[in-house]
Design a protein. Structure first.
Length: 133
């Protein structure tokens, strides 16, 4: 390990170290970085589900998850679904779909009804494959 790497690991914040770990995990799965994705392009990204949002009972069903890869975050929106087994905070996954510009009221780009693969906690091969592709 070089002196620069040692100093960085000592002086880096926990957030910076976590971001570096997420970037490495994403690249390990052959995904492109979120920061390099462009709106209206097909993307293949991997990362960690940071949060899952459920709409109120009276609202139209949709499940929203924030996916973070260390370079940035995107929202994943499944229309017509209130829950999907395995989509939960802390879960690693990869997704494929068309990246859309953020709608009013959203701060991140969105992929609607993405195809996805859930990764086991031990980083074993993908557990399942579902969704529109």
């Amino acid at each position: 390990m070089s002196l620069r790497q040692v100093l960085r690991s000592v002086l880096a914040s926990r957030t910076e170290l976590d971001a570096g770990t997420e970037q490495q995990e994403s690249l390990k799965h052959g995904a492109q970085p979120v920061s390099g994705c462009r709106v209206r392009q097909r993307v293949d990204v991997a990362g960690l589900v940071r949060s899952v949002t459920f709409p109120p009972a009276g609202a139209a069903p949709e499940l929203i998850a924030e996916l973070y890869d260390g370079t940035g975050s995107i929202d994943l929106v499944w229309l017509g679904r209130r829950e999907i087994p395995g989509i939960e905070p802390g879960r690693r996954m990869s997704v494929t779909g068309t990246l859309c510009a953020p709608e009013p009221g959203r701060s991140r780009p969105v992929v609607y009804n993405p195809g996805y693969r859930l990764f086991a906690a031990s980083e074993a091969p993908p557990r399942s494959s579902q969704g529109a592709q």
